[in-house]
Design a protein around this ligand. Structure first.
Ligand SMILES: NC(=O)c1ccc[n+]([C@@H]2O[C@H](COP(=O)([O-])OP(=O)(O)OC[C@H]3O[C@@H](n4cnc5c(N)ncnc54)[C@H](O)[C@@H]3O)[C@@H](O)[C@H]2O)c1
Length: 316
């Protein structure tokens, strides 16, 4: 299968491209390298350095002729979305529309597009199923929600089956610890520097952590599935991609600290206004439709992430 991955030089995208190539598929990458890195680009992958909003996108996608497109390129920084909501919307909504139109014109049959747990905002009950209320609490969540609608509208009447993947908190090798990053990557960077993980608030806030290898496995089963993925209940083309397990940030810090061979000692900072208290996404729909489940236990996933982190920073 020929699979085009936008954002394929980023964290999740590069893990996906490596898995695609290892399974004998042809992988193509479109990435502007704004947060991704050329070092992440698989040497066997077709690669165009391009903004998904660039008018040259359509020609590039047509040149690669994908059977399927996985759209991961996005403005991913919540703080930046608050500072510049127009740019966030342009990239996340306009970019999804542009990729969807290019995918349809190039004859792709399926498009899986990255959405986020951020579309739900503060939950009423946990775990969140796909049909739960969507009240995003920041512009990033709002643009991801609008992108889900834009995806379906752009592909209406075409032969492309649209899927929106609502990722929980993804962690693992190649996650960037600079900038917004993910909490696991940021904690790992602090531990490697000999500092304690710094937690906002009391650390009892919970998140649903999912290992990047499990996310890649979801995408692979979505790509290879023969039946249509859209129209399945609940919430049509949207799928939670999650472990369904709530883990407190304090427990996460403690597990990562033990993986690093250190002793548990965390620093606390004032809670951040607008941060969600608890989160967990119900993965039952993905299990029912695709037979997919997250397998990686958190302690083992963190140990693999720590080993990668040391190697990437030349400390192993
Ligand atoms: N990592 C998580 O925990 C998480 C959670 C929920 C949703 N997501 C979503 O998953 C997707 C991948 O996230 P990630 O964690 O791998 O982030 P990442 O920053 O590592 O990857 C994003 C990639 O997209 C590229 N990119 C950004 N804007 C672009 C543009 N306009 N044109 C072309 N390329 C562009 C970047 O250079 C980067 O390589 C994003 O859509 C993100 O919103 C991630």
């Amino acid at each position: 299968m020929r699979v085009l991955v936008t954002g394929g030089a980023g964290f999740i995208g590069s893990n996906l491209v490596y898995a695609l190539v290892a399974s004998g598929h042809e992988a193509g990458i479109v990435d502007d390298l704004s947060t991704g890195s050329v070092a992440n680009v698989h040497p066997a992958a077709w690669f165009r350095r391009l903004d998904v909003l660039d008018p040259a996108l359509e020609g590039a996608v047509a040149e690669f002729r994908p059977d399927a497109v996985v759209h991961l390129a996005a403005q991913v920084d919540v703080q930046r979305s608050i500072a510049d909501p127009e740019r966030d919307r342009a990239v996340n909504v306009g970019g999804t529309e542009a990729v969807a139109r290019a995918a349809a014109r190039a004859g792709a049959r399926r498009m899986l597009s990255a959405s986020s747990a951020a579309v739900y905002g503060e939950p009423e009950t946990l775990p969140l199923t796909e049909s739960a209320a969507k009240r995003p609490s920041n512009p990033y969540g709002a643009s991801k929600l609008a992108a889900e609608t834009a995806l379906v509208e752009a592909l209406e009447g075409t032969d492309v089956d649209p899927v929106s993947m609502r990722f929980a908190n993804v962690y693992g090798p190649r996650q960037d610890w600079r900038g917004e990053g993910g909490v696991v990557a940021i904690f790992a960077a602090r531990l490697a520097a000999g500092d304690s993980p710094a937690i906002y608030g009391d650390g009892l806030q919970t998140r649903d952590f999912i290992y990047v290898g499990d996310v890649v496995a979801f995408i692979m089963s979505g790509l290879l599935s023969e039946g249509p993925l859209t129209g399945q209940l609940p919430d049509g083309p949207a799928y939670n991609v999650s472990s369904g397990i709530q883990t407190s940030v304090e427990t996460l810090a403690s597990l990562l600290t033990s993986a690093s061979g250190g002793t548990v000692e965390v620093a606390h900072m004032p809670a951040r206004a607008g941060d969600i208290e608890h989160s967990a996404l119900d993965p039952a729909k993905a299990a029912h439709v695709l037979g997919w489940r997250a397998h990686q236990p958190l302690d083992a996933g963190l140990a693999m992430t720590w080993r990668w982190f040391l190697a990437a920073n030349g400390r192993d």
